[in-house]
Design a protein around this ligand. Structure first.
Ligand code: ZN
Length: 133
């Protein structure tokens, strides 16, 4: 019989393989904020789409030694992420997208991270202004 510790270890391994929850909520949101909730490839506004259609794309794939650093991650709509397939990002990105990506990926993250944390913790807003009549 497997011990609980073994099971946890196996779950962790599986988790790594599937890379589920590979990025924190805060960091994910901070990158979406950095990119203005815009697909960095086609430029579409992702604020009104089904949240399941907002993804992060690794510019350089992990199998090509790409990292999970913010500068290697961009906001992408589901269809661009999937259409890019295994193409190098500079090949897939067209019509100003390269310039957009180059600009966005190197932006400082401090204020976006702070904003993402505040939103997730429920620290934005002011009940005195929002609460009543
Ligand atoms: Zn797109």
């Amino acid at each position: 019989m497997k011990s609980a510790a073994n099971k946890a270890k196996n779950d962790r391994k599986r988790g790594q393989y599937q890379r589920k929850n590979w990025i924190s909520k805060t960091r994910r949101l901070s990158i979406y904020l950095r990119d203005g909730f815009q697909c960095m490839y086609c430029g579409s506004d992702l604020r009104r789409v089904d949240p399941a259609n907002i993804t992060l794309d690794h510019l350089t794939y992990q199998c090509d030694e790409g990292s999970d650093e913010n500068s290697n991650l961009v906001t992408a709509c589901r269809s661009c992420n999937s259409a890019r397939g295994s193409k190098p990002w500079r090949e897939y990105a067209t019509g100003g997208a390269i310039e957009r990506i180059v600009r966005q990926r190197t932006r400082g993250m401090v204020k976006f991270t702070a904003m993402a944390r505040a939103i997730i913790r429920g620290e934005t807003g002011d009940p005195r202004l929002e609460g009543g009549c």
